[in-house]
Ligand binder design. Sequence first.
Ligand code: CTP
Length: 386
Amino acid sequence: MLTRLFVKEGAEVRVIMTQPATNFISPLTFSTLSKHPVVTQFFSSQEEVWNNHVELGLWADLMLIAPASANTLAKMANGICDNVLLATYLSAKCPVYFAPAMDLDMWLHPSTQKNIQTLNTYGNHLIEVEHGELASGLVGKGRMSEPESIVAAIEEHFIHHSPKPLEGQQVLITAGPTYEPIDPVRFVGNRSTGKMGIALAEVAYEQGANVRLVLGPTQLKPRYKGIEVVEVRTAQEMFEAAMVNQTRMDIAILAAAVADFTPSEVSNSKIKKKSGEEGMTLSLKRTKDILATLGQMKKPHQLLVGFALETNNELENAQKKLQKKNLDCIVLNSLRDKGAGFKHDTNKITILDKYNSLQKFELKSKREAAQDILQKVLELKRTMTV
Ligand code: CTP
């Protein structure tokens, strides 16, 4: 599970297993998941190769020992090196995280606690055990932390130690659809899921920004607790939330699919069909354009990015929006491109900026597209004199 999650997040994973671990799960499973041979001993007789633990220890950006048994913890704390895992641990120059798993009495034993303290003093990082049902059937502390929590802890580590080009920047992002109520039961909405805006919020946060994400109704949430999420439903609510502290904002990226029109009147009770009624007309009025309003209020230090989802005359329409709404750049998606737009995990974008430069990108994951957009934001920031 852990290997699968790390690979899914784009990590290159190499697995070392101790001999007892191979009794629980076959090395083949891990080599299939990680797409690399699994190291179980110093010398693998089948391929006649010496597994160089020093090389492995130097190769890794981070070493995770999970589950870390009481036995392995004791050996790590005392420099015992009787298997290839421990040899790699002793050779590793990278940060080491360990996620213990054992029965509750073993966990509570003073020697285990002392070993953990020792490992902490060596600069290793403990991923706390959890309370719950244990392999013995007993209930208590000693369960390995959930794989998702372990991956989150490792991600936090990399976020903490990665370059922070957006450090100290106040970034506003809008994402998702808006739902415009017709009556207590029905609404006018669209198919946006918020994926692109959430990816932007996550990448901006990883790059050190203080992120405020104004999010329309969606099942999805950003993965970092440090992102301030303001949940809204309607275009009016999104407008109000986006205007809070507008003057303090440095960068605004408006990725939401805001309804351009909302019902002129909202019925307090469910609208019933009348007998003999063949149709019905819904009267709509314009919503406030958040992007255009921010464009009008824009201060010299502020940078404003809009999105345009077009089906035809894409470049021309996007160019017009860029100028009309006083944007620094606009991200264009064409609904004609396969894999781009709502619901997909991928996007194919073109970025146009106020200096008339145009950059076309390949079909990429929304996360990679978010990285490209923020790269462009940083380039534009550098051209600003304030
Ligand atoms: N936007 C906004 N507030 C609105 C409507 C749109 O902030 N009430 C933002 C979107 O988040 C997006 C951009 O404006 O960044 C889209 O521009 P828009 O002119 O609304 O595009 P369309 O809705 O496609 O409009 P048109 O029908 O003119 O193509």
